[in-house]
Write a protein that binds this ligand. Structure first.
Ligand code: TRP
Ligand code: SF4
Length: 417
């Protein structure tokens, strides 16, 4: 079923292999060859998959323009579960990307019923976290961005209800605002290319957001005036809905090209060069010239109670503003991959991959690879007890939060009203 991944459900039991085989998401590692250095979240198997990441890696390598955008639904306080995407955005900004963050208040209001006031309040907290991590770039609230809304309306001309029900399982009972929040997210993802200029755009998300990515990639393609395709011995530029003048301009731009009904064939030119020129012509004739957006997918950090980190289960999350004692207590009662008895633990070793605390370290608390692998070894060889290991982890979390809060305070003046 197409809507097996549902962005609004709490079920996170997603099989990574299936993503690759059924949804056409590709494993990340082969796409990283161009990167000058590989960030820890890609090395450690946190970011597992992608669509079209190669165009981003090569923009980083060649220092050509690219955008990096993600969004947060302000239906509750941000917590450690949101940190990964934030770090991915900040890292890509540091690699030269134009940063964009959208606060999805329309979605929170439509899907979760969050009041506009609360949306603003939570939105500010998300922005504080981002700035604390070193984010630079553009941020906006969906509800306050008029150009975004216009873009959403334009994008809506390319999507119908049967497509929404195929992708999301929408039924005749689904309210219109929910559908609008979907098309608003499509507009979010395309927005940097309208706000600045067309360029490859990366959207780092959790796996649950893939339906939005698929929809947006389709819409981006449909909003183009032309498709450019490499054929045997020539490049074919086909009009989808280009005005006649634009097609004529393509013909004129390439000496010796042949113009037919609805398409122009070009010999002796590289496809990439034709694409570039065609995009310029499209823009000059009022088109969008979109690059199809790229995405990366990270796995979710499990909550301390197993399952997902979710605000609806307070014990599962670590909030950025929780008192030290609460944080310690939560970590100390977190689900581990330890054995039933100490004797067994010593004999068999623990199972770090099943341990919420090991994963907390892997995701965020231990940045040094060799230290992490020491923890892993000690666990698997039964050389450390879970009690001791938890204590050390709790200590790391406390230190991390203290530092993070200081950084948030310093960044406070960067957040608007
Ligand atoms: N739907 C996303 C969420 O539930 C939030 C979001 C809105 C978003 N617009 C976006 C994510 C654009 C990535 C890109 O968290
Ligand atoms: Fe988890 Fe540490 Fe116990 Fe291993 S020793 S299972 S990493 S808490």
């Amino acid at each position: 079923m197409a809507h097996e991944i549902n962005p609004w459900s709490n079920n996170q039991t997603i099989d990574v292999e299936k993503l690759f085989s059924e949804f056409g998401i590709e494993p990340i590692t082969p796409a990283l060859a161009d990167l000058p250095h590989i960030p820890y979240f890609m090395r450690r198997g946190i970011v597992v998959g992608h669509r079209d990441y190669r165009q981003i890696a090569s923009a980083i390598k060649n220092q050509t323009p690219f955008h990096i955008l993600t969004g947060f639904m302000p239906s509750g306080h941000p917590h450690l579960g949101h940190l990964m995407v934030m770090k991915e955005v900040v890292w890509h900004v540091q690699q030269g990307g134009n940063g964009y963050v959208t606060i999805a208040d329309r979605e929170a209001h439509a899907v979760r019923g969050t009041s506009w006031e609360k949306c603003r309040e939570f939105g500010k907290e998300y922005l504080a976290c981002l700035y604390a991590l070193g984010f630079e770039g553009t941020t906006y609230y969906q509800s306050r961005n008029e150009r975004l809304k216009d873009l959403a309306f334009e994008a809506a001309t390319k999507v119908n209800f049967s497509e929404l029900s195929a992708i999301y399982g929408f039924s005749p009972e689904t309210d219109l605002a929910h559908a609008e929040s979907v098309i608003t997210q499509v507009a979010d993802i395309l927005y940097p290319q309208v706000d600045r200029a067309p360029a490859p755009t990366l959207v780092p998300v959790g796996i649950d957001q893939d339906p939005h990515i698929r929809l947006t990639r389709g819409v981006a393609h449909k909003m183009r005036m032309f498709t450019v395709e490499e054929r045997e011995g020539y490049v074919s530029v086909r009009s989808k809905n280009a005005p006649e003048a634009a097609l004529a301009a393509v013909h004129k731009a390439f000496a010796g090209s042949k113009k037919y009904e609805g398409h122009v064939d070009i010999r002796g030119m590289a496809c990439a060069d034709v694409s570039r020129k065609v995009r310029e012509i499209e823009l000059a004739h009022g088109g969008f010239g979109f690059f199809t957006p790229s995405s990366t997918y990270h796995i979710f950090m499990p909550g301390l109670t197993g399952g997902k980190m979710s605000s609806s289960i307070p014990e599962s999350i670590i909030g950025f503003f929780e008192p030290e004692a609460t944080v310690k207590k939560k970590v100390m009662s977190g689900i581990t991959g330890g054995r039933m008895t100490l004797e067994e633990q010593k004999r068999l070793g623990g199972e770090p991959d099943k341990c919420s605390l090991y994963l907390l370290n892997l995701f965020h608390m231990v940045t040094d690879d060799s230290e992490l692998s020491r923890i892993r070894q000690k666990c698997m060889q039964g050389e450390i007890t879970c009690g001791q290991c938890k204590k050390e982890t709790a200590e790391r979390v406390v230190v991390f939060l203290k530092d993070f809060r200081e950084k948030m305070d310093t960044a406070a003046d960067r957040i608007g009203a």
